[in-house]
Structures are given as structure tokens and as C-alpha cells.
Design a binder for this molecule. Structure first.
Ligand code: ATP
Ligand code: LTN
Length: 350
């Protein structure tokens, strides 16, 4: 797996080296509107979506079709979907630069997903750890969609001929299966799909739970003090950091066995751009109380402007709907080429 990870030789660097114009590499990524976004989602994924827009040709979506693999309240799902769309725009996803839409608005996702499900083996889907986890957590609703989730994810990516897919560790297995499906289809029908590579950015932070720093910060954690939400009030953010688990050494330094402090240092570094050595210097001789306050303030400084733009955007739902509609139109145009090609190759009457 490691040898196929894309190292950050950029399209721009390649162009500079050959002095020939090259097509920007295409990125596809999506996030499920299945709840509120955390600081982990922001520093680990969303912030990178924003940063990648200048260098890459980005296609982004809210993965609402994926979200219904777990039972959702319809009103809540619709609201979460619009809220996520607004939050990402507030965070800097720019519909002028990138294609941004809701997965359910482009029928080709469901169409290609069906075709690809016939190129996905039962045994492969049975090995997916997310399926095993989720079927344990939702034992009363182990539906076929939860099982074939990776075929839909493969469709999302392959429809746009994406070169690179930024994914966290939990989605790597799905991306590997996407590659297998693409190669299998290409093997039978000739080159149809770009085989995508995982894109691991240097800047993505892995944020851990504030109460149990051995676990990742997760919005589905039952204890709300374990995570910071992107929409948490500044006072709430400060309070949550004050109750974050640390250790008894009372020394701000990055070291093995200091998971709580390491996590806070990681967050502080991600928000301020400081190195661990600089952070250690800044807090030499100071207590954890001062450090936690500084971390809280740095996080508030990042999130507050986003929260303000988010509130503004939500005042105009029509504008948001219009942006999503335009994004979906562009996405439909791009994906039409792929779906036409696939139907033709497979022998499906269009
Ligand atoms: P859940 O709690 O339901 O498992 P989640 O909070 O882990 O959800 P996802 O919707 O699965 O979030 O992930 C969306 C994106 O955010 C993915 O790219 C994932 O890698 C990233 N992400 C989620 N949590 C973290 C975290 N704690 N640190 C860094 N990145 C994260
Ligand atoms: N499964 C992903 C969300 C997702 C996705 C995608 C990510 C749906 N389609 C395509 C990358 C590419 C998740 O739950 N984080």
C-alpha cells in the first residue's frame, strides 16, 4: 500500500520541470452529512480541501447517499446536508474554483454504483472493516446499502476520473477496493477509468479525543466533552480545553507517554503554524493551565471567522441551493462522459 501513496510532486512542479503546460491533477472527496463537524474533521480534512483548490482541479460533494446507509430522520438529513454545504463554503471551499454539490443531485453516482457493484465481489465487501464496525453498531439495520457502500464510493471517484483522493486512515481500505474495481473493469473493457491514488498531505493533523487521547476525536462519541464542534461557542471551546486530559508532569513537551499534551501540541501547531520546539520554548516554566488557555484561544481564532460566515450564509438558503445546483450541473456534465462510455462498453441501451 505504501508504495502507491502519492508523494507531493505537484502538477506545477512537473510543469516547471518540463516547461510544458500540464493538466492539473483532479481530486475527488466527499464528507457524509451525518452530524456536526468536529475540530478533527476540520484540521484533518476540511482545511486540506480548501488548501488543495489552487493546485488541483477539485470536485467535492456532500455524501448524502452514503449517509442513508444508517437510518436518518428525513428533515434532519436535509438540514444537515445544507448546513454542511454552508459550513464548508464558510471554511473556504470556493464554488468558483471547485465543483461542489450534493451527491444526490447527480444521478450518475447511483447509476455507476449499480454497474460497479457487479464488478465488486461479495468476499471483498465482507472484508471491509467499516462494514464490520457499522454492522455491529447498527445490528438492527444491516442493510444491503451498508454492505455495498464501497461500490458507491468507487462510483463517486471513478465518475470524475480522479487522479487523487485525500483520505484518512479509515477510508484507505475503500480506496484500495476502488482501485481494484477500476483495474478489473479496465481489464475487461479496455482503459475506461483512471486508477486513483490516495493523497496523504503533509499538513493533515490527526486530532485525538480530549478525554481519551488514545482514540481519535469523533463526532459520534457519546461524551460531548471529548470533541470540539466547529460550531461550538468560544466559551464552550475554552471550557472543553480546560477539562482536557493531560498528565502529572506539568511540562509542555512532546514525548512518548504524554498523549494528552501531544494532542494539544498537535492542535496548537496546526492552528498557529508553530513547530513543537517553538511551542516548548513558549511554555517553558509555565503550567498546563496557561497552555490550555492558549490552545483554546488559537482554536477560537481559527473557528470564529468561519462561524460568522456560516451564520451569514445560512440566512440565504436560496443562494446555497443555487450554488449546489450550479455545482451539480458542472458535475453532471463531467460525469456524463464517463457514464456514457461505461454504458456503451457494457452493452446497456441508453
Ligand atoms: P464518526 O465519528 O461518525 O466515525 P468522523 O468524525 O470520524 O465520523 P468522518 O465523517 O468519518 O468523521 O470523516 C470525515 C473526514 O474527516 C475524513 O476524511 C476523516 O479522515 C477526517 N477526520 C475525522 N475525524 C478526524 C480526526 N479526529 N482527526 C483527523 N481527521 C479526522
Ligand atoms: N466514505 C467517506 C465519505 C466519502 C468519500 C467518497 C471520501 C464518500 N464518497 C469518495 C472520498 C472519496 C467517509 O465516510 N469519510
Amino acid at each position: 500500500m505504501d508504495q502507491m501513496e502519492h508523494t507531493e510532486t505537484t502538477a506545477t512542479e512537473a510543469a516547471a520541470a518540463s516547461s510544458a503546460p500540464v493538466r492539473k491533477k483532479r481530486i475527488f472527496s466527499a464528507i457524509q452529512p451525518s452530524g456536526q463537524m468536529t475540530l478533527g474533521n476540520y484540521l484533518g480534512a476540511i482545511r486540506n480541501w480548501v488548501a488543495m483548490q489552487d493546485e488541483f482541479d477539485c470536485v467535492y460533494a456532500t455524501a448524502n447517499l452514503h449517509a442513508i446507509t444508517v437510518r436518518q430522520d428525513p428533515k434532519q438529513l436535509k438540514e444537515n446536508t445544507t448546513n454542511l454545504f454552508a459550513l464548508l463554503i464558510a471554511a473556504g471551499v470556493d464554488p468558483e474554483k471547485s465543483i461542489f454539490f450534493h451527491q444526490s443531485m447527480v444521478p450518475a453516482h447511483a447509476e455507476l454504483s449499480w454497474v460497479l457493484s457487479t464488478f465488486t465481489q461479495f468476499g471483498e465487501l465482507s472484508r471491509m472493516t467499516q462494514f464490520k464496525d457499522k454492522s455491529q453498531r447498527h445490528a438492527d439495520n444491516i442493510n444491503a446499502g451498508l454492505f455495498t457502500y464501497p461500490s458507491l464510493m468507487a462510483a463517486d471517484i471513478l465518475l470524475y476520473q480522479a487522479d487523487l483522493v485525500p483520505v484518512g486512515a479509515d477510508q484507505k481500505q475503500h480506496l484500495e477496493l476502488t482501485r481494484t474495481i477500476a483495474e478489473r473493469f479496465n481489464g475487461v473493457y479496455g482503459k475506461t477509468f483512471v486508477v486513483p491514488e490516495p493523497y496523504i498531505t503533509k499538513t493533515a493533523a490527526r486530532v485525538m479525543s480530549l478525554l481519551d487521547p488514545s482514540k481519535k476525536m469523533s463526532k459520534s462519541d457519546p461524551n460531548t466533552k471529548s470533541f470540539i464542534l466547529m460550531v461550538d461557542e468560544p466559551a464552550t471551546i475554552m471550557k472543553k480545553f480546560r477539562s482536557a486530559v493531560t498528565d502529572s508532569e506539568a511540562c509542555v513537551r512532546y514525548a512518548e507517554g504524554k498523549d494528552g499534551i501531544n494532542n494539544l501540541m498537535e492542535i496548537y501547531a496546526a492552528c498557529t503554524g508553530l513547530t513543537f520546539a517553538q511551542i516548548e520554548d513558549e511554555f517553558r516554566g509555565k503550567g498546563y493551565g496557561d497552555f490550555k488557555t492558549a490552545v483554546g484561544e488559537a482554536v477560537v481564532a481559527q473557528l470564529e471567522p468561519i462561524q460568522q460566515r456560516y451564520k451569514e450564509l445560512l440566512k440565504d438558503k436560496k443562494y446555497l441551493d443555487e450554488l449546489a445546483r450550479k455545482g451539480a450541473e458542472s458535475a453532471a456534465r463531467l460525469s456524463a462522459r464517463t457514464i456514457e462510455k461505461v454504458y456503451k462498453k457494457v452493452g446497456l441501451v441508453r
